[in-house]
Design a protein around this ligand. Structure first.
Ligand code: MSP
Length: 651
């Protein structure tokens, strides 16, 4: 890691025309963890995220909604800001490409490169993908004239355009990557990028005349600057580039970009070439993470399976969500998101392993030492083994997080947690308590407390709320990783045992509720239902034989009289063809007698009779309840064909 101990981490800036989803949450949580990790390690860390607000899609969406593009951006950018608060993201800055500070830098960069001869005016003809806002080279087209990414039809366009002399930087890029093998991770991505560069780079079109919603090109206002050229510069504009006293002077030499695998070429080919042209070092590292599918399917608005991070933090907790995303899948690989996998992980890793370790240890300190933390007394080899493992854990995690291997770092931490749980079983403190073996008991309790303190520090970047909760229960103030020394405390400590960190989730119940939620989401996406009310869940499945037990019949309503002293009830006289009978029904609020008389309704004819307000009611009228209004809206079930004889069976 850098000698001067600065660390600059960025996320892609997100398009504002999308609602924030798991993909956005993933990168931003990862960046937040790194920022907190390096800060805790004594680094001066800077964390930038933001939004990408120009381009055709925004222009079109705004038009549809009858707003200016800026008005639309101002509105939707709030969704992202709210999400970062919800997920406990501590970014230092939030850059918007519509910020004046950004637009000025983009124009300055353009002017500089034009003057230097790295930008020139020419003509471009090519196949353009409007949704992806990019030209697609013929060799990369999917089937006939469709985009390899989104598979939508491409449009042939010819434009006057300004080009960036990307080809000029081919060798310099190869040279940079030759010398910096970790500049692109994972290594498969490095190889991919290097062979792409070797296959030959073409100059890149960086202006458009076909839209208005972009940064005006200095000196030629028929053009706006191409969104990607504009967007990439955010990483520098937010750092006051090129001011001599700007933040970039301090942080840029240690910049790391986190990106999804789909946008690696922009970040590993065009962007470093732009930087070389500006005389600035290319990114120290670009890490390309994988993509999430959902329950095995591609995430898509039309299927209705887009994972909403707001919903996840309500259903679980933001810490559980943060933990799951980084623990479940190696950072560079694709992964599958499933609520059930998350719920099981919460039960196993968080409730069982971590939660139990804390509650068992604190319970014993409470019981045997009245809540006051004891000192080490008689130390054995076993205690030393735990201490050594604890100390080794820090170094191992540091090495893993230097490679952005979040899952490995968490596994390493959980090795310590599991070892400490086993240590309780091995040392049997409850026996030491009974035997009055104070020296051993003191040491065991203190060792456990030390492990927990360390876990709270190492876990804090991943699960900040949990770590704070742990430190409160352990009776200490939060501390940085660099200040932590095994066994060293500054004053006497009293623990403050609290609630269990993670109550166990009932997976069977969870699965049932999830099925209901999913059905609703899919129905909404498919346009089956656009209401937001709560549907009553489906009752347990029955067989056809079960159903046959219910004898439904057509019944002619012959007379309707109010039931005395019951303002909701009517007594209905029904003709079933083979018999006449009375039924009491709670529909008085919704129908006048004349609305009902002569109608052919459906009743459950074999329902056990009941005496209601002095009337023998034999059967039940079928009616639908409006879920939106509860019992406010009731409609009885009648038969459409009025010639249907009363007494006919409904099946
Ligand atoms: N605006 C550009 C980035 C410009 S950076 C100078 C952009 N924005 S985006 O909003 O479309 O995408 C942002 C990130 O979300 C990308 O890194 C992309 O990989 C990521 N993801 C989108 N869907 C995803 C998943 N299903 N899973 C994981 N990440 C995914 O591209």
């Amino acid at each position: 890691m850098d000698k001067d101990k600065t660390f600059y981490i960025t996320t892609p800036i997100y398009y504002v025309n999308d609602v924030p989803h798991i993909g956005h949450a993933y990168t931003t949580i990862a960046a937040d963890v790194l920022d907190r990790w390096y800060t805790s390690g004594g680094y001066d860390s800077y964390f930038l995220t933001g939004t990408d607000e120009h381009g055709q899609k925004i222009e079109q969406s705004a038009q549809k909604r009858g707003m200016t593009p800026k008005e639309l951006c101002d509105e939707v950018v709030q969704n992202f800001k709210r999400l970062w608060e919800t997920l406990n993201i501590q970014n230092n800055d939030f850059i918007r490409t519509t910020d004046k500070r950004h637009e000025e830098v983009v124009q300055e960069v353009f002017r500089h490169l034009l003057a230097q001869g790295d930008v020139y005016k020419g003509e471009y003809e090519g196949w353009y993908c409007v949704p992806c806002e990019t030209y697609v080279p013929e060799a990369q087209m999917a089937e006939e004239n469709t985009c390899p990414d989104c598979h939508r039809p491409l449009t042939k366009m010819t434009e006057e355009t300004y080009f960036f002399r990307l080809s000029k930087y081919q060798d310099a890029l190869l040279d940079y990557y030759e010398k910096n093998k970790d500049a692109i991770l994972p290594h498969e991505r490095y190889n991919e990028v290097v062979s792409f560069i070797k296959s030959g780079l073409k100059d890149q079109s960086i202006s458009r005349t076909t839209l208005k919603w972009g940064i005006p090109l200095p000196g030629d206002d028929r053009h706006v600057i191409y969104v990607w050229f504009d967007a990439l510069i955010n990483y520098l504009s937010a750092m006051d580039f090129p001011k001599e006293d700007g933040k970039w002077k301090k942080y840029w030499p240690s910049v790391r970009h986190l990106v999804g695998k789909d946008i690696i070429r922009f970040h590993c080919v065009i962007w470093p070439a732009m930087l070389l042209a500006l005389g600035v070092n290319p990114p120290v590292r670009v890490f390309a993470h994988g993509w999430w599918t959902v329950d095995g399917e591609k995430m898509s608005k039309s299927i209705g399976n887009v994972v909403d991070p707001f919903e996840m933090t309500e259903l679980f907790s933001r810490d559980s969500f943060r933990y799951f995303l980084l623990r479940e899948v190696p950072f560079g690989q694709d992964g599958n998101f499933s609520e059930m996998a998350m719920a099981s992980r919460i039960n196993s890793d968080l409730a069982n392993d971590l939660g139990n370790l804390l509650s068992r240890s604190l319970q014993m300190i409470q019981k045997y030492r009245n809540g006051v933390l004891p000192d080490f007394a008689e130390v054995t080899e076993l205690d030393t083994e735990i201490k050594n493992l604890a100390q080794a854990t820090v170094g191992e995690m540091e090495e893993e997080l230097d490679r952005f291997a979040f899952d490995e770092a968490l596994k390493t931490l959980w090795k310590l947690i599991s070892r400490a749980n086993k240590y309780i079983d091995e040392t049997e403190p409850w026996k030491l308590g009974k035997e009055n073996n104070a020296a051993r008991l003191d040491t065991v309790l203190r060792t456990l407390w030390e492990v927990l303190r360390e876990v709270s520090i190492l876990l804090a970047p991943f699960m900040p709320d949990t770590a704070t909760n742990m430190t409160v229960q352990l009776g200490i103030e939060p501390m940085k990783r660099i200040d932590w020394v095994w066994g060293k405390i500054n004053c006497p400590v009293s623990i403050a045992r609290g609630e269990n960190l993670f109550p166990r989730l009932d997976l069977v119940q969870w699965e049932k509720e999830k099925a209901e939620r999913d059905a609703k989401k899919r129905a909404k996406a498919a346009g089956i239902s656009n209401s937001n009310f709560e549907f009553e869940p489906l009752a347990e499945e029955i067989s056809i034989d079960d159903f046959k037990k219910v004898d439904l019949r057509v019944a002619l309503i012959e007379s309707v009289t109010p039931v005395p002293k019951a303002d909701k009830l009517y007594k209905l006289e029904l003709n079933l063809g083979f018999e006449k009978r009375f039924v009491v029904s709670g529909i008085r609020q919704y129908y006048a007698p004349e609305d009902l008389v002569g109608k052919k309704a459906i009743i459950v004819a074999n329902l056990r009779p009941a005496r209601i307000r002095g009337v023998d009611s034999k059967g039940m009228l079928l009616a639908a309840e409006n879920p939106e209004k509860g019992k406010e809206g009731i409609s009885i079930v009648t038969i459409l064909d009025t010639t249907m004889p009363q007494g006919a069976r409904v099946c």
